[in-house]
Design a protein around this ligand. Sequence first.
Ligand SMILES: Cc1cc2nc3c(=O)[nH]c(=O)nc-3n(C[C@H](O)[C@H](O)[C@H](O)COP(=O)(O)O)c2cc1C
Length: 322
Amino acid sequence: MSCVVPDREATDAALGLAVRAPSVHNTQPWLWRTTPAGIQLFADTARHLPATDPHRRSLVVSCGATLHHMRVALAAMGWASTVEYFPDPADSTHLATIVTTRRPPTDDDIEMAGAILLRHTDRRHYIARPIPVGHIRTMASRVAACGAAVRQVPEQFLPRLAIPMRRSAAQHATDRAYQDEIARWSGPDRRYDGVPSRNAPAPFPAGEIPVRTFAEPALRDPSDHPDAAQWLVVGTAHDDRLAQLRAGEAVSALLLTATGLGLATSLQTEPLGLPDSRKEIRTGLLHDCAHPQAMVRVGWSPPTAAPLAETPRRPVAEILEV
Ligand SMILES: Cc1cc2nc3c(=O)[nH]c(=O)nc-3n(C[C@H](O)[C@H](O)[C@H](O)COP(=O)(O)O)c2cc1C
């Protein structure tokens, strides 16, 4: 089937949704290019975070998330897509080319795209209300369709997660380069990227599983109960760039599905840049059967929680080359 490329207006509209994808520290480390042969995705390595993400895992996972968002947006606009991964052996930053053909959108396509604008990282406490097993199964099947797997951390295994989370937080607390990076990428005055203070609550109290802390947190957390989030680990059979990219697609599918089900979500990856902590998660939670690519807190926000502010994004014109 030959490729029919969306026109400039349609591409801009789809990219307007694709850039809403989550990315590590909201770095948005991606560049897009349109050609007659397809829509190309590149990693923007100038936006790499060496202290936070020394192996560039989160950079590639972030690019996978925007790739999936783009495909979801295109599908809702009547474009089916196939992806050629790493099409240029001479250029490792060329992550994917999307090839499109015309196809009417399904109800699922429209629902997934609708979730893009509703999804936000919610770093506040979640309330103690069970997540129906069917919801977890739905998320797991969408993750599996992207070539990854998800494991829900059983309650008795939460200490196996808490230990590497605590250790990485303690290690980073005294890591000057890491702290400089946090200060550069978060705080009150974020215009186009980074994690704004208004999206970051104060650190969780001692005794709870610590989550990544950002500069000058200013988000009010209405809950005075311990966090009741469920934790999911997204893993892949391999740990090469392709697996990481596909894990990003899987993470996007998981987050959009959860959002559609009314669930709050928050990605957490602080231990994954540190080999010992990463290994502990791989062994302790995935039994050495898969490589951890991201953890996701998932649950219900308290009814009293205020809506979250939208995080900033770079303008489409800055990330698109025609
Ligand atoms: C690969 C990856 C790693 C992330 N790691 C963390 C993390 O460790 N802690 C956290 O609070 N948010 C994390 N996030 C979420 C981003 O900070 C968030 O997506 C970004 O600030 C944009 O905000 P939004 O998700 O509300 O659109 C991560 C996102 C991605 C894609």
